[in-house]
Design a protein around this ligand. Structure first.
Ligand code: SAM
Length: 257
């Protein structure tokens, strides 16, 4: 009986929210994203045509050793975070590479950033860039990107952590940000900012400019966001990116340079 009452309460709350969405709510961009979600759910809308996954697939254990101790914080993922397996692989790669300089594009709530900081060498520096809400992106973003851009401030999950002293929060648009001070200095990089093909190509070009010899680059959302899939499929024909590998059971792509 209690379950039925709960369901009815939720049903009517959702009904009122839907009424709001389709009368006034759609005037706000982040609400329009919900409309696209409904159309997507019923198979009636896509950002682009379906994009096939063309990258070679490798097992997580072919990329990093999957055993041994590691520190994991904030295990519960929010919408927009990486999965626990993906977080484990990212952290294990940091333990393997022992990077002095790490760079992340797309901080969001800072869950990944926090775990990178906790497992990177004591003197490592983790720089993480996020787009402030009031800055107009220089390139086209995917409609769903606004769900993650619209937040009071990035990095909420690491702000109070003792590991925060290793993290530098950068604010700006990856299409306009001056990355020249990082040229050839980054040993480990994670690309998880805007998800349009244009942005993924832009952020991958940046990776090529900043990565130090022997550095590792990860991308998120391959096979999930069409823009990411399309851009990475295209990059594999460039000799510099020809070692791109899709990690099985995840939407991570890795390049060991
Ligand atoms: C999916 S979230 C990142 C999730 C995060 N990496 C994690 O592992 O939890 C995408 C983030 O990229 C940021 N972003 C979107 N466009 C950007 C841009 N042009 N430059 C920098 N950051 C951007 C958004 O504000 C959002 O916080």
């Amino acid at each position: 009986m209690l379950r039925l009452m709960r369901f009815v309460a939720r049903y009517f709350t959702a009904l009122v929210c839907s009424w709001y969405l389709f009368t006034f709510g759609w005037l706000i961009e982040r609400n329009r994203v919900l409309m696209y979600s409904i159309l997507r759910h019923f198979g009636l809308w896509r950002d682009t045509e379906a994009v096939l996954q063309l990258l070679p697939v490798v097992k997580p254990s072919d990329v990093v050793p999957m055993d041994g101790p590691l520190e994991l914080y904030e295990p519960v993922a929010a919408n927009g975070n990486v999965t626990l397996l993906e977080l484990t692989i990212l952290v294990r790669s940091v333990l393997k590479v022992r990077p002095a300089n790490l760079l992340e594009i797309g901080t969001f709530d800072g869950r990944t950033t926090l775990n990178l900081a906790a497992n990177a060498p004591a003197d490592a520096r983790i720089c993480t860039l996020d787009l402030p809400q009031n800055v107009e992106p220089g390139l086209e973003v995917a409609a769903h990107d606004h769900l993650f851009i619209d937040k009071p401030a990035p990095g909420a999950r690491f702000k109070a952590s003792p590991h925060a002293s290793k993290i530098e929060q950068l604010l700006g648009d990856s299409a306009k940000f001056d990355f020249s001070p990082w040229a050839d200095k980054v040993n480990w990089m994670f690309i998880d900012g805007a998800h349009s093909a244009e942005y993924v190509r832009n952020d991958s070009r940046i990776a090529r400019e900043v990565i130090a010899p022997g550095g590792w680059i990860f991308w998120h959302d391959y096979g999930v966001w069409d823009g990411v899939t399309e851009a990475l499929n295209g990059l594999k024909d460039d000799p510099w990116f020809s070692g791109l590998q899709h990690i099985e059971g995840t939407c991570l792509v890795v390049l060991k340079t």
